[in-house]
Design a protein around this ligand. Structure first.
Ligand code: SF4
Length: 412
């Protein structure tokens, strides 16, 4: 019998408690949806989750479902159903795979958590800070279920965030209160909002500690690990269980640092991942880099769930600032400065840009940034073509050739 090849990916013990926490989160949502024991708000991944939680909503994030559809490699089978009702193959493949999953009545949540379907929303709440697709996505469900779809329209390509930006955004957050009161049946409570924002801020601090520990050499965590362990920061921010989870994870990673154990044995190169993960190829990528004694130590993507603005005294200003300061909302010159800081802090030897075909918003290679940045910093880069979910747009051979080309540039 052929001997099974040993994986080079090191297990993180805290993955066990994380899986339990995620299972509890989905079980609560499923119970509310099937028994009517609670109200459910859908929220975009960097939408006003704290405001929704303050009204007692259970908050569901369909982008998380999109990522699960990608990592379970179901997306390519489901996307055609969305295409058939007019959603282009060129738009966000989270949207098309999620809509296809709904139309085909096929979700990995069934196998993972016994959920027959995604939890039906009582209200859909977006923020267009990341893209327009999220609004179009939620409007699909608005038509399906005849429930309200409301949100915040954030400007894009911002350099400095000014008080003029914030005044409008704070006003848009406050304008949601009457509809949230009506759907939840609860009066707005500023003290409750303060508590939720404080909890969310603590979660952000914990998540930042997880990511920043990768500055150590060798790094105790890879980008590929982080894409898994970011789950609670995405879906449970504002819930103290997420804060506790990151305390556990940081303690484990600190143990690794103390004992000098890296996530990749013999770490030689340290890379930065710019853009979306290729969800269906996380394991292959993790194995490939570990096999080359290379660690992808940091990414824009995982850092996008650090919301330091939430520390502001006024919770509305905090939310408005936190959800506008994000990399994806900002100008090209801001992005260049941001990358400079990351390359310095993590001692990066090369950058991988993922040009995700269906997400121009998270593909930062299209307006000359990689060449400008390499010229200025001397840090080499490669661009891989692919997609977050649609593996028909990705070539494993081409990606590996690009990864190797980057390694060669560093070794030269
Ligand atoms: S940012 Fe990209 S991946 Fe995320 S919802 Fe928008 S288009 Fe899709």
């Amino acid at each position: 019998m052929a001997e099974e090849k040993k994986s080079l990916i090191k297990k993180i013990r805290s993955a066990g408690p994380m899986r339990k926490l995620m299972a509890a989160y989905f079980t609560e949502l499923n119970e509310a949806a099937t028994t009517g024991s609670g109200k459910i708000a859908w929220c975009t991944s960097v939408g006003p989750a704290e405001l929704l939680r303050s009204f007692g909503f259970l908050v569901y994030f369909p982008e998380n479902h999109g990522a699960v559809l990608g990592s379970s490699r179901l997306a390519a089978d489901l996307i055609p159903a969305a295409n058939a009702i007019g959603y282009s193959p060129d738009i966000c493949s989270y949207l098309t795979s999620d809509v296809g999953s709904f139309l085909n009545k096929n979700t990995p949540l069934t196998r993972a958590f016994g959920m027959e379907t995604v939890p039906k929303a009582d209200i859909l709440v977006f923020n267009t800070n990341q893209c327009r697709d999220v609004k179009d996505w939620f409007q699909f469900y608005e038509r399906e279920w005849n429930v309200p779809c409301v949100g915040i329209d954030t400007m894009r390509g911002i350099g400095d965030i000014t008080s003029e930006h914030l005044v409008g955004l704070i006003g848009q957050h406050k304008a949601l209160i009457p509809i949230l009161e009506k759907v939840s049946g609860q009066k707005f409570d500023i003290d409750r909002l303060r508590e939720v924002v404080e909890s969310s801020y603590k979660c952000t601090k914990g998540w930042k500690n997880v990511l920043r520990i990768a500055e150590k050499k060798p790094s105790p965590i890879t980008f590929f690990d982080a894409t898994i362990h970011m789950g609670p920061a995405v879906v449970l921010r504002g819930d103290d269980r997420a804060v506790q989870y990151y305390d556990t994870l940081v303690a484990e990673l600190e143990e690794r640092v103390t004992s000098g154990e890296g996530a990749v044995d013999g770490e030689q190169h340290r890379f930065y991942w710019e853009g979306m993960p290729v969800w269906g190829k996380l394991r292959e990528h993790a194995e490939f880099f570990a096999g080359k004694k290379s660690c992808v130590v940091a990414s824009t993507y995982c850092n996008s769930w650090i919301f330091e603005g939430l520390g502001a005294e006024d919770p509305f200003e905090g939310m408005a600032r936190a959800y506008t300061e994000l990399f994806i909302v900002r100008s090209e010159s801001f992005k260049e400065k941001y990358l400079e800081g990351m390359v310095r802090d993590y001692d990066i030897s090369g950058i991988i840009y993922h040009d995700a075909k269906t997400c121009p918003n998270n593909s930062n290679n299209r307006y000359g940034l990689p060449l400008r940045f390499t010229e200025k910093s001397g840090v080499p880069h490669v661009v891989i073509n692919g997609d977050l979910n649609d593996l028909r747009l990705y070539s494993e051979e081409q990606a590996k050739t690009q990864f190797e080309a980057l390694m060669e540039q560093i070794n030269d």
